[in-house]
Design a protein around this ligand. Sequence first.
Ligand code: RUQ
Ligand code: CUA
Length: 654
Amino acid sequence: MKNILKSIIATLSMLMVFTGCNNQGSGSKSGALSSSAAEKVYVAPGEKDEFYAFISGGFSGQLAVYGLPSGRLFKVIPVFSQDAEKAYGYNEETKPMLNTSHGFVPWDDSHHPDISQTNGVLDGRYVFINGNNTPRIAKIDLTTFETTEILEVPNSAGNHSSSFVTENTEYVVAGTRFSVPIPQRDMPIKDYKGNFKGALSFISVNPEDGRMDIKFQLIMPGFDYDLAHPGRGASHGWFFFSTYNSEEASSLLEVNASQNDKDFIAAINWKKIEEYVNNGGGTLTPTNYAHNVYDETTHTATSTMKKEVRIVNPLDVPGAVYLLPTPKSPHGCDVDPSGEYIVGNGKLSANLTVHSFTKMLDAIKNNKVAGDAYGIPILNFDDVLAGVVEQPGLGPLHTEFDGNGNAYTTFFISSEVVKWKLGTWEVIDRKPTYYSVGHLMIPGGNSQKPFGKYVLAMNKITKDRYLPTGPEVTQSAQLYDITGEKMELLLDFPTIGEPHYAAGIPASIIESRSKKIYNLEDNNHPYASKSEADTKVVRDGKTVHIYMTTIRSHFSPDNIEGIKVGDKVYFHVTNLEQDYDVPHGISIIGANTSELLIMPGQTETFVWEPKQVGVWPFYCTDFCSALHQEMQGYVRVSAADANTPLKWSLGEDF
Ligand code: RUQ
Ligand code: CUA
């Protein structure tokens, strides 16, 4: 049996390679596009796109903002990685955002953005995204398009079945991909089975201010929890997680985690667990994790270490957790907008499996249990099955919905998007992708109300689609029109890092609320200078604080003397501008950090530790006015034992 499986896997891997090569030939025929495709994606100069698309940056750790249908890039929002362009993670204010229980972690692997919802509809307040490697969930405020909160997730590893929000953003959910010892401890890896556990974290989101807090962690058997999706409508109150490695293998998973004919989709009644927890259920358990919050009025982040988390054993809440057998290592776990259908995308399965929420409730009510895993009831496959899409393609990964009764599934190995009908399970259309598609996104496709105009396919391989750039080529997305019976390929466009999931939303929902400036009056930064009269230089031992301002087209002060080798010099720079789109930047020769890019009304800080005697210039790094090149100044650095007096000036000779 093992050998047969091995050879199936070997054949599948070969297929992956071969389809990749085959596609190379067919992919270069872009002439197949109809002439109207260009019109459909052309957004004339000065016109605006209809949708925002937030596309995960994958191993860049960031989140990129694009317009659809044009595919134009508007902003890369720094989330988990330091970003020299915006000084995120380099300036003193945002360094705490990247603090974790492992210390300062300036990178992560970001996968799944999801937009906040009210009553099952996108509300455009926040977008959440997960950091995989050092488990974290970030929240981005969509009035500023800045990361304003990052919560580390303890007892978790490879935070992959994350970050997905419930219908009223009650919770953003984070599931562990890798099971680990809980609590972490020194133990032999061979004792994995039965001893490693998987934590599913339910993070509450405060309805007033959006603050995140881990409400509870459900401690599940040691499977790999791959993806997740909340219930909708009738199934609101439940959450579904796909699993693989129900074998609990700890080595050579490509073979050893493909032994079982079926893994599971875990169905979690979070409302029931919430009630249990509200009545004092669960155990507060010591742990250590960072909660980092950016304050918009001080323009500064703080990091707090939290010391305990509430843990729930599923066996203590009977009726809250069930396992639905699902063929062949399911990856995507997707719930349709009505909340009735739960699609399991079994990577190695010939068919797509769709479970029925109603049938699941019936099976539970009639106590039709087929067995259990560590005491968690397993339902009968046939009792919960809604239907099967027969042989739709090879290597299904993810499914999205258009709100008109159709589903769209990506097939990695056969490199295509396949459209099929919910309820009849018939395949309606298929279109190739170039190449090896992973996720796909329909704006609102994760909510009760999708905007089924476009589907965006995010590909793992691009090969010959663009001009070559050496061994490393760009990542890529492809846009299809899905308003007709058949899909139509409209556009290829490059993306940042590896695009995993994306979240799309009509621009009209967030555009008008986008902030233009920060009010100077509201600036509560402890080192802000609200006018040039407030600027000064203060020495405190070997530490020097420069209170500086910028306005078109000078710094105040612009000349400083009395700094010494061995000093630690803080430049606290306030941008006095109160006009839209007038940032200023600053850096100084030899600074071991990035420039600052300071928005109107904002204060930011960088540290400079001069190592050489001399007179060193600084300048504005953002072309801000006709006299931008005049925006410069000098710092005179004397020997450590010199007694050059401390002084500063603007517009005068010393
Ligand atoms: S994954 S290509 Cu990280 Cu969402 Cu499926
Ligand atoms: Cu300020 Cu350029």
